[in-house]
Design a protein around this ligand. Sequence first.
Ligand code: F3S
Length: 435
Amino acid sequence: MKLTDSEKRMRNGAEGRVIAEAMDYIIQFGEAFNAPRLVDISYCHYPAEMGIYYGDIEDLVRYAKRGAKVCVPTTTSTLCADLEKPSITGIPAKLARLQAEVEPAHRSMGILETYTCTPQLLGFVPPFGSYIASVESSAIIYFNSVLGARTNRGGLFTRFSAVTGKYPLMGYLLPENRYGTHLFKVMIPPERLRTYDAWCALGFIIGKIVGSEVPVVQLPMTKSQTPILPRSDFMIGLGAALATSGSVTLFHIPSVTPEARTVKEAFKNGNVPKNAYEIREKDLDDVYQQVNNIEPGADIDFVTLGCPHYNLAQIEYVARKLEGRRVRKDIRFWICTNRMTRKQAEYSGYVRTIESAGAKVVADTCPVESHMRQSTCREYGLAVPNVRNMVTDSVKMVRYVKDLIGCNTALADTDRCIQSALKGRYDSLQRRKGH
Ligand code: F3S
C-alpha cells in the first residue's frame, strides 16, 4: 500500500504508540483487501462498548488510559443501559454501574456521548462524497444512501480510524462499487405506504432478495404521476430493514437519493440490472405473516417503538395519542430515542405526557441491546424469557428480539402498537389479511 510521508511517520511512532498500533491495524486491514492507499475520514460513528459483552468495557477503559484520543468528530452507538435513568428499564444496578464506566472513558478520548443508532438526527450529517467510518448497520446505510457519504460496515476497527483519521480506500468508498445491481419496482398502492412499519416491511422483502448487493428501488407514482417522496423516518426504517434481512449497505431510490437521479444513472448509465423484481401488496402481507406469531387479541406484555431511535416528531405523535389515556397495567411500553432528543421532548412536555400515561421514553439503549437478552438474564438471575409477547412497528426489532430475548412478536403500525399498549392485547388490523 502506498503511504504518504506523514502516514509513514504515524506508523513509525512519531505520534506515539497508540497511533502507531492503530496505523498498523488499518494498513494490514487495507492490504488484505488490496486497498491502494488510505484516505482521510471526516467523521466516525464509534462502537459504544457494552456491559453485556464480556471484557468490552475493561478493554475500553484500558485503551483510554493509554492516552487514546480521537482526531475527528466521533459519536457513539447504543449501550445496554439508559445511563441517565437506569432504573426505568429494570436493568440490574450492578450492570448499570459497569455500563456507566464508558462515559468517563469516552469523554477522556474526546468521543461524544451520543449513544444512539441515529446520530444523523443529532446533526451528524457528513457531506455528500465525504469518507467516514461507521458502525451500526442502520446508520451506515443511511449515511451511504440518503446522504451520499462513503463508508463500509465497520466493526472494532472503527476505533483505529477514530484515533488516526484514516481508512483504507476500498469497498463502498470506491465509486465503481456504488452502482445499483438489482432493480425493484414497487407496485404497492401509495396509500399502503403511509406508515412506518410498511416501509420496514418493504425493506425486509428487498433485503432478503438482494443480500449484500445494491438495490435500486423504483417507487410507485402518485395520482398526479409524481414519485412518492418518503419521509426521513420512513427512509431510516427502510434502510434498517434492508440491513436486517440482507446485509445491504447502500441503496438507491431514483429521484430521491442523491447518487441516482434516474434509474439509468443508478445502474452506471445503461448497465442492465442482474435481476429485476416487482414488489406487490401481497409481498407486503407475507412479511407480516412471516414475522407475526402473536394471535390477534392475545395478551401482550411489551410494546416498543423507536427502532432505530425515534426523532422528536415521532415522539410528539405518540405523546398526542397517549394524552389523557392510560397504558394497561403490567404492560411495559418503551419509546426509544437518544438522550438529546429525550431532552428536547422533556422541554416540549412530551415526556411528561407519555410518562403520565404509564409509558417510558428510554434513551441510550433499546430492547435488543438491553439486559433483557436471554444470556444476560441468565447471568443476572432474571426471568427467561424476560418478555413473552412484544408488539412493535419495527421489523429490525422483531427480527432480533425473537432470537436474543426469545419472545413472540407482532409487527404493526404505530397506531396499532399504541392501541395494543392501551388494551393490553395485540390489536391487529382485521381488514388486512396477516396484518
Ligand atoms: Fe437502534 Fe436498537 Fe434498533 S440499536 S437500530 S433501536 S435494534
